[in-house]
Design a protein around this ligand. Sequence first.
Ligand code: EPZ
Length: 419
Amino acid sequence: MEKIVVEGGRRLEGTVAISGAKNAALPILISGILADGCSVYRNVPDLRDIRTVMALLKNLGVHVHTNGDVVEVDGASIKNHEAPYNLVKTMRASVLVLGPLLARLGKARVSLPGGCAIGARPVNLHLKGLKHMGADIRLEHGYIDAQADRLKGACIYFDIPTVTGTENLMMAAALAEGTTTLKNAAREPEVVALAETLTRMGARITGAGTPEIVISGAKALTPVTVDIIPDRIETGTFMIAAAVTGGDVLITGCKPKHLEAVIHKVRQAGVKVEIDPKGLHVVAGNGISSVDVKTLPYPGFPTDMQAQFMVLMCLADGLSVISETIFENRFIHVCELRRMGAEIKVSGNTAVVQGGRPLTGAPVMATDLRASASLILAGLAARGLTEISRVYHIDRGYEAIEKKLAALGARLWRTRESP
Ligand code: EPZ
């Protein structure tokens, strides 16, 4: 396995370009299953999870061709309806093939996603919605076995606004007979991007981005060419990188509108954030103010930015309270930050950060994608060297992060972990 070594204390300055959004590309590439032809997706980030989803599609017999950041998916070639455990266990979002396979082939056999470091993350709401649409679903031997001659439109209420649950059912409904209404639906920009893609493929969808989405199914869907939206979480991560190093960074190719809650909180912490025609210009202020944050479904503060924001609060001038309302175990990074000198107390889903303690470099371990990003940020701010092990987590969701940070003046390198 590999680790990343970060030499702290260097100010970041310059320009960084944001890549395509992992969490938009995953469902949109999978939506290619729904069309009887070859769709073209551009600005696809080069990430481990994207390589996994392409392996998953190939395993279904779907022809996938890549050329740089362009990925072609030919839904006409689909042969198989099984998503095996060895692929699903490496990426939970594989469950997103369930709805499209049922809609396109009338059957699906998808491994149940197992546990996850940040929480149980069940898929019960996905399955409940598909059952409402007439699917016969059985769970055995760790697999979801689903059948449906033709899915029928239904009115589905989500107990919790689930992002991939909304996406799975939107894709299923796009080829179902009749109209489906999703209530208490997720409103994330990635959900809207998928809805726009399905609409261009021939589905009739209204309400995407609101809590109520109405989908009128089509008899068939046509292939499409799509540009993947920029990654709002990568954008937020680089905002924090600029702030924690006293830096001055222009973040280009991003959509500020997609991360208003993050911009608001970073500004509240005393960081100058200007919306520039090219993107976001982030300039660290004199000192960092403590700010309380509560993670919420979009448009609230995103849970995927919680760990990164906590690093900023470690450097702030007082006490801040961070509440994690989305996942039940998303403070794993706290133990690692404490090894670097952070003073953080956790009680249930609340972390109280006593800022102002200087961070010092230390050997730490990445445990999930966003926790690993927070450890890199802490390493950038710390005095001395930080060695982050199990960096395969970071490769899942950040394209060329070392190269992008080094271009801003950071000093970090990748090396093999000692056995
Ligand atoms: C998506 O995961 C993202 N992943 C996550 O990003 C993100 O953290 C999450 O949404 C929340 O914004 C992708 O889009 C690929 P949820 P998802 O279903 O869809 C509960 C990253 O770092 N729930 O919105 O799996 C669930 O346990 C990743 O890029 C059920 O109870 O999350 C959680 O508490 C991490 N039953 C809450 O809902 C269900 O059937 C929100 O989960 C589904 C979800």
